[in-house]
Write a protein that binds this ligand. Structure first.
Ligand SMILES: NC(=O)C1=CN([C@@H]2O[C@H](COP(=O)(O)OP(=O)(O)OC[C@H]3O[C@@H](n4cnc5c(N)ncnc54)[C@H](OP(=O)(O)O)[C@@H]3O)[C@@H](O)[C@H]2O)C=CC1
Ligand SMILES: CC(C)(CO)C(=O)C(=O)O
Length: 300
């Protein structure tokens, strides 16, 4: 299969390198390319070793059918990015969405109902050291699945063979919901407090807020029919806090770097569910509003 990768940032390039190591053909899709540019050289180093890759690049506006598309932009860019290549997609194209958060798949379904979506979550970690220089910061686990699909599709073999820990998940929406609930409990609190994840457990006042958020997320998840996803949530969240105690959450990193956060697809999504099912979730809403105000002060 030939994969096109839309979102050639830290994670898109990490996955490109991992596919390329298995000699799986791929093309990176860029907003625009320099005149006659058809290749880039990508350097990757870190936990999976160091390697260099000559990779094909194309502008999103180029011509040619796309059969297998990985979308690896930030959550708020998924819909505009897919829309920019929609004329190259057919109802048979496979579109794999691995961004964090929930809500962008529904946006695509509303705007482009003909498209076939596969979804996933990943805990791999990567960041950009420089142009086309990627640091693979942490090995993680990737789960991929597709609603209403019982058999594992043939294209999944590309991902199973390329990533160190990648599984087909028949309950992918539960996996996404569990990750969402964990991010809701950790990300905005750590971003607003400006603290490493570990302080959310070691400072009693913050730990109490984490427990309150877990209780709210459990009620929202149950109301949304995601009981399995939120079962034992508080225990899971404190496990993640312990395992990532020295980390700055991705939301704290975005705020510190003056970048837009993915809050609307994390706590914002949880808030929309809470309103839909008439569940009280005041702390989630308070943190959502505080984060939005902080963002607005930076991007008026
Ligand atoms: N980094 C990590 O360790 C992890 C990230 N994730 C999730 O993965 C997703 C991607 O994160 P990350 O790789 O860090 O983000 P980056 O910002 O590094 O990469 C996003 C890329 O998408 C590109 N992009 C955005 N819109 C378009 C468009 N319309 N057409 C073409 N390209 C576009 C951006 O281009 P440009 O630079 O030009 O804007 C950028 O290269 C997020 O949802 C994140 O939460 C999940 C697990 C770990
Ligand atoms: C698990 C956690 C909270 C680790 O920092 C994360 O996913 C993030 O920062 O976005």
């Amino acid at each position: 299969m030939h994969w096109h990768i839309l979102g050639a940032g830290a994670m898109g390039c990490l996955f490109a390198a991992q596919l390329d190591r298995q000699k799986i053909p791929l093309t990176l899709l860029l907003r625009s390319t320099k005149e006659n540019q058809s290749e880039i050289t990508l350097d990757i180093e870190g936990v999976s070793g160091a390697s260099q890759h000559q990779l094909a690049v194309q502008a999103c506006s180029a011509k040619g059918q796309i059969d297998y598309l990985l979308v690896m932009t930030k959550a708020y860019d998924v819909l505009p990015a897919v829309t920019s290549v929609v004329q190259r997609l057919s109802p048979q194209s496979v579109i794999l969405l691995l961004s964090n958060g929930i809500g962008f798949a529904e946006q695509i379904q509303r705007n482009h109902p003909q498209l076939q979506l596969a979804l996933g979550t990943t805990t791999e970690g990567a960041f950009r050291r420089g142009p086309w220089q990627i640091q693979h910061a942490g090995l993680g686990s990737t789960r991929i699945g597709q609603a209403a699909t019982t058999a594992t599709p043939a294209w999944f073999e590309d991902w199973r063979s390329s990533l160190s820990d990648c599984h087909w998940d028949r309950q992918i929406s539960a996996a996404q919901w569990r990750k969402l609930a964990i991010n809701c409990a950790i990300n905005p609190l750590s971003a607003l407090e400006g603290c490493r994840n570990g302080e959310l457990a070691s400072k009693p006042a913050l730990a109490a807020k984490v427990r309150e958020l877990c209780a709210e997320m459990t009620l929202i998840g149950q109301a949304a029919g995601q009981c399995a996803a939120v079962s034992g949530l508080e225990h899971k969240v404190f496990e993640v806090i312990k395992a990532t105690a020295a980390n700055r959450s991705s939301m704290l990193q975005d705020i510190t770097a003056g970048r837009r956060t993915e809050i609307d697809y994390i706590n914002g999504y949880a808030d929309r569910c809470a309103r839909q099912f008439a569940v009280e979730a005041p702390l989630n809403r308070e943190l959502l509003e505080a984060l939005r105000q902080l963002e607005q002060a930076r991007f008026p």
